[in-house]
Design a protein around this ligand. Structure first.
Ligand code: SF4
Length: 355
């Protein structure tokens, strides 16, 4: 299989060209065609010599994602189902906000984390995506926005998969899209979300990156969290909170806690009080996300009154909190839903943690 050209950093492509006895500056030219002019074929790179185009065609693929399905929501959210080169399917989501367009990318095919509200984990994990497959998701969506002269301004790694279970490729992906010769998405406009892989939170903290860290919390007791998020059995709340404290100290940056409200599971006033106590000592923001009802599941969306009550308790305790609405609720926009449908997997409730 040829290499995906989008998996290369500029330095790597320069090294590659040097080894091919080509001039180093050719790498910058190729990057310009890939990321600024966003061509679909090496043969369109008309300032490159013919023999170099032939070498590129021999060694690299430029189109590694095939769009299989696209669903558009009334709220402007667009969900994409792409087929990758080994025949598997991945999802990406484009969301329109007042401040611009964001893309939610998948980091794995499937997921092994087993969160009970998430369709991505049905069938377990197939494999990690490589950095190029992640970059290609953003590039393909940017190409569609190009038609309307619009730009992807932020990226969230919150689609299918646990990014910290695919740490190397996720970090490389971030480096590539952040680079000034590529899509140049600012670090502060990139968010990576983890279900709580504690050792990787320490590693990420030590990188002292400007990229935002989001943590799916969803419960304030080990009993409930372990029930809905099995990762909590490996890394219970105490360890998770210690890791967040370390992250705060090292980076002086706040984390975003995602808290999906599930009726009768984690939506009580007591839970809100526990949440306030848990996060009060931390530099953080809490996103409360009322989860919409989905057929074939026992999870339901809490009533408005309960949502408001929950948020008021947090506000009264001085917690920075925002209510986020799930996007694309009239389509299969939550993570894993479209792929599950494609694979005829049994549909389950799921949370799109995107805000
Ligand atoms: S919520 Fe995230 S970590 Fe949990 S199963 Fe789904 S994709 Fe995996």
């Amino acid at each position: 299989m040829r290499n995906n050209i989008y998996a290369y950093t500029l330095d790597e492509l320069e090294d590659y060209f040097i080894k091919l006895n080509e001039k180093k500056f050719r790498a910058k030219q190729v990057f310009d065609w890939l990321y600024q002019k966003r061509v679909n074929a090496f043969s369109d790179m008309n300032n490159l010599p013919k023999n170099l185009i032939e070498k590129l065609e021999e060694n690299f693929d430029i189109n590694i994602l095939t769009l299989d399905m696209k669903q558009e929501s009334k709220d402007g959210t667009i969900k994409f189902l792409f087929q990758v080169r080994d025949g598997h399917y991945i999802e990406s989501v484009l969301m329109a906000h007042q401040y611009g367009y964001s893309v939610c990318v998948s980091s794995q095919i499937g997921c092994k984390m087993g969160c009970t509200f998430c369709a991505s984990t049905i069938g377990g994990i197939v494999r990690d995506l490589d950095s190029g497959e992640m970059v290609s998701q953003v590039v393909e969506i940017q190409k569609l926005l190009d038609k309307d002269n619009k730009r992807v301004s932020s990226v969230v790694v919150m689609g299918s998969g646990e990014p910290f279970d695919n740490f190397y490729h996720t970090m490389k992906f971030i480096d590539i899209i952040n680079h000034e010769k590529t899509l140049h998405i600012g670090s502060r406009h990139i968010t990576v979300s983890t279900s709580g892989v504690v050792p990787k939170i320490y590693e990420f903290a030590d990188m002292n990156s400007q990229v935002t860290l989001a943590i799916s919390l969803h419960a304030t007791t080990n009993a409930v969290r372990s029930m809905i998020m099995p990762i909590n059995r490996a890394y219970p709340l105490e360890q998770l909170i210690d890791a967040v404290k370390y992250y705060n100290q090292v980076t002086n940056r706040r984390v975003s806690f995602e808290f999906g409200l599930l009726n009768g599971v984690n939506d009580t006033v007591e839970e809100a009080k526990r949440l306030a106590n848990l996060v009060k000592p931390l530099l953080c923001h809490v996103n409360v996300i009322p989860i919409n009802d989905v057929m074939e599941t026992h999870y339901e969306k809490p009533k408005h009154m309960k949502i408001n009550q929950f948020v008021k308790v947090l506000e009264k305790n001085g917690i920075n909190v925002t209510i986020r609405r799930e996007k694309g609720t009239d389509i299969d926009a939550a993570c894993g839903q479209l792929r599950a449908k494609k694979g005829n997997l049994k549909k389950k409730e799921n949370v799109c943690q995107e805000v």
